[in-house]
Design a protein around this ligand. Structure first.
Ligand SMILES: NC(=O)c1ccc[n+]([C@@H]2O[C@H](COP(=O)([O-])OP(=O)(O)OC[C@H]3O[C@@H](n4cnc5c(N)ncnc54)[C@H](O)[C@@H]3O)[C@@H](O)[C@H]2O)c1
Length: 367
């Protein structure tokens, strides 16, 4: 079968991760073209990675290279508009996280998809390691019982210089702070495993960094299943960690890593007396796949070959984005929120900061 034709829009930091991951899939996909508003950067990237064509604009790229799939690797502010341009030209899109700046933008890209394609997908690479897939299967098959409690803690560290990059830490270009930009990875895995959420109560703070958005958030989330979760998103934590813990009726499952995991980052602790029931099921599951872009790209290419919507679909990405929006809405409104609070009439549908962040939520703490 002919390789899937891929183009990359935005040839900065994460585009390098994309090209490395795609190299491992070169029997299935060929990167045929790149573009960047920094045209010299696009050309240098193209030369370095032996890509046939570099275009000064996305429009030229789409009409001349006619890619099957465009990897959108630009800052978040342009994901929505670039995706709409690609979809209108008939090319599917795989956008870096976050899928766009607002629920409204993700909804618009979802509506621009065709029934048989083109499609809009988002990079949430932590769904695709074997550990996540093994646990998902055990949950679906009822092997671990009902989920009761979860912890979803993204405690990372970013110094002030990280936010000196012009698009970071601003509502209009990044759509939020660590809730939108960092913890969204872990929250996406949380919703992938536990499903729809029903209620969110949150606070956000700007404790230490000079920027427009929050630098930490805390939430408690109730899921439709009745499970409850504690969610923490921080860029102020010198001992960095990504930690997810799930207490099911029959076992505790933990994932401890930082920016990507392998099988050894997962740990299962069966409930007393259930070792002989649970351990063999866990050990009979899928192993050997690290989380990361290559694992997701393999799944995306497989879906496109089957003419199916590639993961993570617009609908699934919207669920994670709604959780992010709910954290901001709850914090800024000072009350718990439900999915009904985030419909098209809500200011939090149009912008992650709604009508604007109240100052008492986002005042740099006294130093
Ligand atoms: N999945 C992950 O683990 C992960 C990790 C890091 C970054 N990201 C995401 O990747 C995206 C890009 O981040 P980055 O660190 O590579 O940024 P970056 O600033 O290093 O690179 C972005 C590139 O896009 C170009 N660009 C900007 N606007 C453009 C436009 N309208 N058209 C074409 N090119 C344009 C810039 O010139 C730059 O070369 C962000 O959404 C970020 O959140 C994801």
């Amino acid at each position: 079968m002919a390789p899937i034709k891929i183009a990359i829009a935005g040839t900065g930091g994460i585009a390098r991760v994309h090209i490395e991951a795609l190299r491992t899939l070169s029997d299935q996909a060929a990167v045929v073209a790149v573009t960047d508003i920094d045209t010299a950067r696009a050309r240098a990237f193209g030369t370095e990675h032996r890509i046939a064509a570099s275009y000064d604009t996305l429009d030229e790229l789409l009409t001349q290279a006619r890619p099957d799939l465009v990897h959108v690797c630009t800052p978040p502010g342009s994901h929505g508009s670039l995706a709409l341009t690609c979809l209108a030209a008939g090319s599917s899109v795989l956008a870096e996280k976050p899928p766009a700046l607002s629920l409204a933008e993700v909804d618009a890209t979802a509506r621009a998809q065709g029934e048989g394609g083109p499609w809009f997908a988002t990079v949430f690479q932590h769904r695709f390691g074997s550990g996540a897939r093994r646990l998902k299967r055990m949950i679906t098959e009822g092997a671990v019982g009902r989920p009761l409690l979860a912890l979803c803690h993204t405690t990372w560290f970013r110094g002030q210089e990280y936010f000196d990059v012009p698009w970071r830490g601003r509502w209009d270009t990044e759509g939020g702070g660590p809730t939108m930009g960092h913890g969204i990875h872990q929250m996406d895995l949380l919703t992938y495993l536990l499903g729809d959420w029903a209620e969110v109560s949150a606070v956000v703070r700007r404790q230490a960094r000079q920027m427009q958005t929050e630098d930490l958030s805390l939430a408690h989330v109730t899921f439709a299943s009745g499970a409850v979760a504690s969610v923490v998103n921080s860029v102020l934590s010198p001992r960095e960690e990504s930690y997810l813990r799930f207490d099911f009726e029959k076992a505790t499952v933990e994932l401890t890593h930082l920016y990507g995991y392998r099988d050894e980052n997962w740990k299962i602790t069966p409930a007393p007396g259930l070792e002989a029931e649970i351990r063999p099921v866990w050990e009979a599951g899928e192993f050997g796949v690290a989380s990361g872009h290559a694992a997701q790209f393999a799944a995306v290419l497989a879906a496109l070959r089957e003419r199916q919507p590639p993961p993570v679909t617009a609908e699934e990405a919207l669920r994670s984005m709604r959780l992010v929006a709910a954290i901001y809405a709850s914090a800024f409104l000072g009350r718990s929120v439900t999915p009904g609070d985030l419909g098209p009439q809500s200011p939090f549908y149009a912008r992650m900061n709604g009508d604007g962040a109240p100052l008492d939520q986002l005042t740099v703490a006294a130093r």
